[in-house]
Design a protein around this ligand. Sequence first.
Ligand code: SAM
Ligand code: SF4
Length: 330
Amino acid sequence: MSKLKDSFGRQIEYVRLAVTDRCNLRCQYCMPAHGIDIVPRKELLTFKEMYRLIRVLTELGVNKVRLTGGEPFVRKDFVSFLEMLSYNDLLDTINITTNGALISRHINKIEKLKKVKNINLSIDSLQQDKFAKITRRDVFPEVYKTFELLEKSSLNLKLNVVVQSGFNTDEIVDFVRLTKDKNVVVRFIEEMPFNGKGQRKMEKNWTLNKILEEVKTVFHVDEIQSEKSSTSRNYKVKNHLGTFGIIPAFTRTICNDCNRIRITSTGTFKNCLFDDGVFNLRDFIRNGASNEDLKELFLSLVKDKPENGFIAEANRKKGTVSESMSTIGG
Ligand code: SAM
Ligand code: SF4
């Protein structure tokens, strides 16, 4: 069986799939207050189409999928889709990124799906007022409840914290403190200055080094070994139960070992977060492409995977990145 390999010899094993572009929150770094222009429903991939695309990719060596969005739990029957995907015997791992505001009642059911292993919960502040300012919705108690339920569940939990200058940088140390008694991984994400209405002005860029310096003002920190294709550099404070990591989303120092591709909610194939989107899979399958056609297409598309995010951005025809991560599938 041919495997998906790019021209730099990187084996593609992980696909990020946005199951919707819709969201119940309006995080200021992700979209404007009035939201983004969502696409008509018929332009979204159906769950059947998603299942088929993932199946074909797994026949080419992909073994992990991350479901994201928009907010995945906004899409009707998302939990049934998780069950459906679990039937794919070639898939090892299903991961989910969620804002946590709609999931508490589903946790028991999700825990029973053995392929669903890791949940990334986005939580940018531990203070209700600040959380409401950042997300423009007053849902902190529900998200915190989700956090507590997930922490007690058998699912592996990572907290995603976008570090926003002037908003939550004073809480970096509080988040690391959480790892003392809780078996969680906190991941600080460098903010990317685009949110669906163009390039956003940022006061200061909180880069990996700056975030790490801030943690070191209070804690002694050791770097820990990361998986080769990890999106983060990872650290531990001695005697803390959990760990923390930093995702250099903006400074892009982790591209070398990238093993990921992306599919947006409208079926656009992306080799890199920063590229334009290189092929419309939805129209290809709606026009009758067979699974063999799809395989051939995937094998050729990944050959154009750019070496890193800077090259991907430089190759864009649509100018600098400005789309919301909700459209791209964060
Ligand atoms: N709605 C879900 C959530 O918020 O977890 C999933 C989709 S969201 C687009 C995926 C991740 O992208 C979240 O952790 C979010 O914080 C992150 N994200 C969105 N916009 C970003 C930006 N401009 N810079 C850095 N991270 C961003
Ligand atoms: Fe929605 Fe996630 Fe974007 Fe926040 S980061 S607006 S929760 S898609």
